[in-house]
Design a binder for this molecule. Structure first.
Ligand code: GLN
Ligand code: ZN
Length: 740
């Protein structure tokens, strides 16, 4: 009998190769497109993705994951879990109100989808919620898929355990699960009647370190679904499943899809053995990075699994986290392009792995050899890295001694986080320069006039520490990436961040260094307009790394250190240009945190080291700020303390002063600027609101520790919102100072 091996996918990009869905959505929101036209575009994009997968020879193609806005939101709707405030709305109005809010109706909360850069809408389950089945759209999708793909179409279901785990629940988990299971059974029964060969039950929540605490719920759920008699493929992406392997492998499913690109999946398999009678879909093609698979690294493992389990080859997770096609990136040098693998190339890798494993076709790693010749190591940089010692990671003096030498400021110093409104005019300016319609001199003059205006505003308002406004930056990572070596940029490499918002992360492909100062010119321009201190503004090494597609041939720690050295040199140049205060933003520090505690410590250690390497060269008299914008950072407080930043500004407005309590409890000793208002909301705060905030801050932190600033940068807001908000901040601080 001929050996065969199935290939499978567990999700595919669905934004359109040319961002068709974004255009259609935005057209619909503006009223330029009707619902039917939107739906036509949606189906075209979805079907094109299916056909690409079919034509690449994928045997089991996950379907039903494409979405107008967010797949988790789709499941809230399919399960009829719609909060009261949306109840009066119907159809697309309801969907988009839940996604984006509507007049007077706040949207669902949005948060990161596991440790990806995708954001989903948090299901809300109110007290008294009664789930109801609305599976019509899903079943219709599956029928369309069957028409094009036949037996290859495999419906993707978001599993009930993950759905409830991620939901905001006002009812007990178990009670709601008991209500949901009959609906899932109804859906599976309908799918069985359609004749699908199996379904994928996606349960990524089973990677979470506390998955053992909902073992019995998972067992109950899977047993109920398995009873329908349709084979279940339990898909668990993003990490290994840890000690829960023992009971997860025993669940009554036909097979499991596990992630072999992260964590210790292979070791767990060896330790626990593979259960008889189940297939193993090995997620060996990394759905999270954009690099061509190195056969030498993956094939031996797959070969060793072949005698252990009936094997399939799978993507490690949905390919929606990578762009469509590297082959289109003709502006990239061929040696680089040839080692990139986006979604389409990954489909071919799945097929090529199968052909190598069961067809004896030789695997070709030669593009990597060519790439290494194209992107050699930076010898001087490597020597500098090798020579680093502990002294390079510590400021010369401890915080109290430094503080005494740093700028003297009034109590409750007023500042902002860096960016000011990125108006159409500002975006136009950058776009025209990029298109070559504006000379460099004209462009710079344009940026400088915005800097001048912004300084004037801050002077007029009587802020204490001023910023230049970041008008030259389209994005806080891209700007630095463009000014460093070792980064490449795609033309079409968009991935969905949320809804119709797509990002095009830069690719770190080689050693990173800084050919010239990156921010000194704008700093000097800003400082020339005022005698108040201008805050130098940099993006931190960990954030640049976490918001790029990193290279995989060098440990992330080493890449972070290369970025840190570039920033260290930038800080030295800023100091020479007269900067007394420099902020190094690390909003993405926390999101790099691995799920498993043993890997957490290592990450935190090098992430903190990278920040310290970037900043420790600063003179004692230079005040180093950092900025982070997220709540729930209690667990990384020791890491934040370890950064040894003189001042930290933090998101606070949306976290009910949780942040403050955590800092106080921890005994945080340096200066802190908890955000006084939420810049994500269009609501403009007044003086009373801010005064109230400041009074609460004082309950938790000493006056001498407190700074006054918004939650984050102001780039997404309009001047008409920013000006009154900043005025209210100033008035509140004046009031407070008068009371002192
Ligand atoms: N300095 C950046 C800004 O103000 C910080 C943005 C962020 O933390 N995401 O825009
Ligand atoms: Zn921020």
């Amino acid at each position: 009998m001929m050996m065969t091996m199935m290939t499978q996918t567990v999700g595919y990009p669905h934004i359109g190769k040319n961002r068709e869905l974004k255009r259609a959505l935005e057209g619909y929101w503006k009223g330029a497109l009707d619902a039917e036209a939107l739906s036509v575009t949606f189906r075209q994009v979805e079907e094109e993705g299916w056909c690409t997968q079919r034509d690449a020879g994928i045997d089991a193609i996950g379907v039903g994951d494409a979405t107008l806005y967010d797949a988790v939101l789709d499941w809230s709707l399919r399960l009829g879990l719609v909060s009261e405030r949306f109840a009066a709305l119907e159809g697309l109005d309801r969907l988009f109100a839940m996604a984006r809010g509507a007049a007077g109706i706040p949207a669902l909360d949005m948060t990161k989808w596991f440790d990806t850069n995708y954001h989903y809408l948090v299901p809300e389950i109110e007290a008294g919620a009664r789930p109801t089945a609305n599976f019509g759209d899903f079943l219709a999708t599956v029928r369309r898929a069957q028409a094009l793909l036949g037996e290859r179409a495999v419906p993707i279901l978001l599993g009930p355990v993950t759905f409830l785990r991620l939901a905001r629940l006002a009812v007990p988990f178990d009670a709601m699960l008991a209500q949901l299971l009959p609906l899932y059974v109804e859906l599976l029964t309908a799918l069985k009647a359609l004749g699908v060969p199996e379904v994928q039950l996606h349960e990524p929540a089973l990677i979470l370190p506390d998955s053992g605490s909902y073992r019995s719920q998972t067992e109950t759920a899977v047993a109920a679904l398995a009873a329908v008699g349709l084979p279940l493929n339990l898909v668990i992406p993003f990490d290994d499943i840890g000690e829960s392997f023992s009971w997860i492998a025993a669940l009554p499913v036909a097979g499991l899809t596990l992630d072999f690109t992260r964590g210790e999946t292979a070791a767990l398999l060896e330790r626990y053995g593979w259960p008889a009678g189940k297939f193993l879909a090995a997620g060996s093609v990394d759905g999270r990075n954009i690099w061509r698979l190195r056969g030498a690294e993956v094939l031996p493992q797959l070969r060793s699994l072949m005698p252990v389990a009936p094997l399939r080859i799978s993507a490690s997770c949905s390919l929606q986290h990578v762009p469509y096609s590297a082959a289109r990136e003709m502006a990239l040098p061929a040696p680089l392009r040839n080692v990139l693998a986006f979604a389409e190339e990954k489909l071919h890798e799945l097929a090529a792995l199968r052909d190598t494993l069961v067809g004896g076709v030789a695997w070709d790693d030669s593009p990597w050899a060519e790439f290494r010749a194209f992107a050699p190591e930076d010898v001087a940089l490597r020597a500098r890295q090798a020579a680093l010692d502990t002294g390079d990671f510590s400021r010369a003096e401890a915080y109290p001694a430094r503080r005494a030498q740093q700028v003297a400021l009034p109590p409750f110093p007023l500042t902002t986080i860096g960016s000011f409104p990125q108006t159409d005019a500002v975006r136009q300016l950058r776009a025209r320069f990029k298109r070559g319609e504006l000379s460099e001199a004209a462009y710079r003059a344009g940026v400088d006039s915005w800097i001048a205006y912004t300084i004037g505003v801050q002077e007029g308002l009587d802020f204490d520490v001023l910023v230049h406004g970041e008008f030259e930056r389209s994005d806080m990572v891209e700007y630095f990436a463009e000014n460093l070596t070792g980064f490449a940029f795609t033309q079409h490499g968009w991935v969905q961040s949320f809804g119709s918002r797509y990002v095009r992360p830069p690719i770190i492909y080689a050693d990173v260094s800084r050919p010239a100062p990156m921010t000194v010119r704008e700093f000097k321009v800003a400082q020339s307009f005022t005698s108040k201190p201008i805050k130098g503004m940099l993006t931190g090494p960990v954030t640049i790394l976490n918001w790029s597609f990193p290279r995989t041939d060098l440990p992330r720690r080493e890449v972070a250190f290369q970025l840190a050295l570039a920033l260290r040199d930038e800080i030295a140049d800023l100091e020479r240009a007269g900067a007394r205060i420099i902020q190094v933003d690390e909003p993405a520090l926390r999101e790099g945190l691995p799920y498993k505690s043993d890997r957490r410590a290592a990450y935190v250690a090098w992430a903190v080291d990278a920040f310290r390497l970037a900043t420790a060269g600063a003179a004692s008299a230079t005040q180093i700020h950092t900025h982070m914008c997220y709540a729930e950072f209690g667990e990384i407080l020791p890491a934040i303390d370890g950064l040894d930043a003189d001042v930290i500004s933090l998101e606070n407005a949306r976290s009910d002063d949780e942040t403050l309590r955590a800092l106080a409890e921890y005994g945080y000793a340096r200066e802190v600027g908890p955000g006084v208002y939420d810049i994500h909301s269009p609501v403009v705060p007044d003086e009373a609101f801010i005064l109230e905030k400041l009074r609460t801050f004082r309950l938790h932190l000493a006056d001498a520790q407190l700074w006054v600033n918004p939650d984050c940068g102001l780039k997404t807001r309009a001047w008409a919102e920013v000006l009154p908000a900043l005025r209210a901040m100033v008035a509140a601080v004046r009031q407070l100072r008068a009371e002192l």
